[in-house]
Design a protein around this ligand. Structure first.
Ligand code: CP
Ligand code: NVA
Length: 318
């Protein structure tokens, strides 16, 4: 195991990363501390090759730029090798079961990174795999993205407790992930969506319960201006997620008042930062002047995907 800022938790070894709901605040902080340490000690980390001799499969049902490349680079920097599979050109595309795929891959590799439209797909793969499974995005959760966001928030604002995060747009995987990480780390999360696109009530309820233990809070509203008032972090995501394209026109119409522009940024604190998991559609969920402006930290956020994934892989597979 690599050197870290804090004592490593043995409970992390062999664990899957499917949703941050399953991780304790201490475990999440452990990953984030390791990620920060790795970022400051890149050469040392690379020279140690803590995962030498290991193999990690990448299985993607949906497109990706950041996740695919950052996982491949993370795996390589840790001394392991990645094996990339495409859903359509594997036997999954011809109907082989997830159960058999999980069992077979587990005989070849030490971990499986998987991006799938339905969260249940990743859960099923995890149930049948005998090696750790890493969720690279589903319709419900994007755990490594939200770890990168949390890392960026601490880098920029010094911590998480009492930080107000205002998310505008679709009640999607990123909205759910913000509620989950906010509840775990004691942040105040406000999600503003049109009534028709609110986040899943069971996740809101779960997050409220968890937030009551950490001093955080979860607010759901359909009023974007009110949501932004006093925010430390302003964030959004694409209005139409992968796999939801059937709803395109109606959704774009209902989301019109939720675009983050310069006037909306003025409602947040003057030193507020802007985050976006990317890919972004300038002129749709955010204006170019905001995402390309001085408050935007989106490329630091994208870089941090690499470090949280290196930390996650080294703790679970190392
Ligand atoms: N943020 C993110 O997951 O980007 P990709 O879809 O490019 O992987
Ligand atoms: N909500 C987006 C995130 C992309 C990284 C999607 O699921 O398409």
């Amino acid at each position: 195991m690599v050197e870290q800022l804090t004592v490593s938790l043995p409970a992390l070894k062999g664990r899957s990363v499917v949703s941050m709901m399953e991780w304790t605040p201490e475990e999440i902080k452990q990953i984030l501390n390791t990620a920060q340490w790795m970022k400051g000690n890149r050469e040392t980390v690379q020279s140690r090759r803590v995962l030498a001799g290991k193999h990690v499969a990448l299985l993607f049902e949906l497109p990706s730029t950041r996740t695919r490349v950052s996982f491949q680079v993370a795996i390589s920097m840790l001394g392991a090798e990645s094996v990339s599979l495409d859903w359509g050109s594997s036997q999954l595309g011809r109907g082989e079961s997830l159960e058999d795929t999980a069992r077979v891959l587990s005989r070849y590799v030490d971990g499986i990174v998987v991006r799938a439209h339905r969260h249940e797909t990743v859960q099923a793969l995890r149930r049948h795999a005998t090696v750790p499974v890493f969720n690279a995005l589903t319709d419900r959760a994007h755990p490594f993205q939200i770890l990168a966001d949390a890392m960026t928030i601490r880098e920029e604002l010094g911590g998480w407790s009492g930080i107000k995060v205002s998310y505008l747009g679709d009640g999607n995987n990123m909205a759910h992930s913000y509620m989950v990480i906010g509840a775990k780390l004691g942040m105040d999360i406000t999600i503003a969506t049109p009534i028709e696109y609110q986040p899943l009530p069971q996740i809101v309820e779960w997050a409220r319960g968890e937030a009551s233990l950490t001093g955080g809070s979860i607010t759901i509203t359909d009023n974007p201006e009110r949501a932004l008032f006093g925010a430390d972090v302003v964030t959004t995501d694409v209005f139409v997620s992968m796999g939801d394209e059937g709803d395109l026109d109606r959704k774009r119409h209902l989301m019109q008042g939720f675009q983050i522009n310069r006037n909306f940024m003025k409602l947040a604190k003057p030193q507020a930062i802007f985050l976006h998991c990317l890919p972004a559609h300038r002129g749709e969920e955010v204006t170019a002047e905001v995402i390309d402006g001085p408050q935007s930290k989106v490329f630091d956020q994208a870089e941090n995907r690499l470090w949280v994934q290196m930390a996650g892989l080294s703790h679970t597979l190392g």
